[in-house]
Ligand binder design. Sequence first.
Ligand code: GCU
Ligand code: CA
Length: 536
Amino acid sequence: MRFRGLRSRGAPLLLALTLLVPVAPAQPAAAQDRTLTVAVDGSDSAPGTVAAPLRTIQRAVDLAAPGTVIQIRGGTYEPSVNIRIQKSGTPSQPITMRAYDGEHVVIDGENMPNTPAPFGEPYPRIERGAIHVSGDWWRFEGLEIINGPYGIFAIESSNNVYRDLVTRDNYETGLHLVLDSSDNRVVNLDSYGNRDPRKNGESADGLAIKQGTGSGNAVIGARLWNNADDGFDSWDFLSPIRIEDSVAWGNGVDRWGFPGWEGDGNGFKLGRGAANHVVRNSIAFDNAVGGFIDNGNPGSLRLENNTAWANGGSGFVFNRSASTLNRNLSVADGAGVNLGSSGGDGNSWDLKDDWSDADLVSTSAAVIKGPRAADGSIPATEFVRPRDHANLGADFSDDNGVGEPAPRRHEAEHAPAACDGTVDADHPGYSGGGFCNTDNVTGAAARFTVRADTPATVTLVVGYANGGPSGRPAEVVVNGSTAASAPFAATGAWSSWARATITVRLDSGDNTVRLVATGSDGLPNIDYLELPPGGA
Ligand code: GCU
Ligand code: CA
């Protein structure tokens, strides 16, 4: 087997729907993994095979059970009511909805109610979203959702993966997560042109995670542009969100001629409730107002290696939080940074006063706005890289695209990993930008996501240091089930790093590997999780 960064295209699995679809010919009823195919020329009384596909996505959702893969053939689907997802997969058997074999699937909400909703009028939550999600353990991959009453509206839903999606030109936010929501991952989202005539631009963002709580939500590789309100908004979401490798531009400009413009125009708007959001390696440019702003969030946010360029207002506004900003870059923004009592070091404003475009390698946004790399990542570019100071600002210049092997080493300190504790960097010898220092309690965990092409038994390596007097045992939980244990013996010092091996079984696709402390000291400091060389 091998591991890769490309989205997996597992071979379609054999279909057995005898119990669910009476018209199907007799087939073995035992198979638990089901594939349901939907096509624009299908029929909802068909069995849902590739040869005889279903017609509507809703019919496939209604037939789905944990483990089902709904694969949608290319074409435009224009349902007259929104698609409602109110059932859940399970940790070991998520339900997948994806484009069939890379075909181009468009879900067009224009025929749905509330496109747009009448000016100033409320409308029922259940009608929100061309895709309305209240289930857990779903994966949405490779779909384009347009003209909906919101693109995707996910409410009280957790452990969902939104990967390689486009949400554009919806009549509210493109992708919207609200209320209790945890452990959702948004990977490689393109969300643009979303606007809300109902509110004159006041609330249509590219991506919003709002008005709720829940740990473990992460945004990686998003591009959010030309939305009415903001690129990203975490308004009153009260738990930390991690944002990485993302770009927001051109938000907050009235591109529709609304009668009384209300759009805000920030790249990454990180208020208002107290939540220690973390934003790394991201760029905000050409937004009408701010680049990155705390928006009244009184928490301790961390902003690392981000770049704000040519925003109408200030690049970094963290005057109402007690945030830490390290190695961020602000050039050619309409106003200087506004930090109040927030601190940090190594930022452009700590280095010198007079930054200008002459300090940058490139101010051409053509590549970063262009087609994504083959693996879905943002294309490599020197855009807004500083000529000097290699560790300053966001860096998209590494080629993460075609031909690049998937990373073997998954650092513990950034998404998709998550840490029940703090990310520290006070003991030298770690790799990457730091390590996970869990709380010293039973059950404290470090979580990783690793991808496999095929199910396989593999030996993983954990980089760790245990400067305590005794072992710090952990159980290894893979996709929700305890799979192994690790003693994590004392290493003598917190700066003495060691490698522990654990052998586990992985499923194809993304796997969640959690190290969970079984003793009250918590885990040792965890540096990384490594896959076998070349994938085995
Ligand atoms: C020390 C050390 C931390 C470590 C902690 C612990 O505080 O500096 O890095 O995590 O001990 O005992 O867990
Ligand atoms: Ca600790």
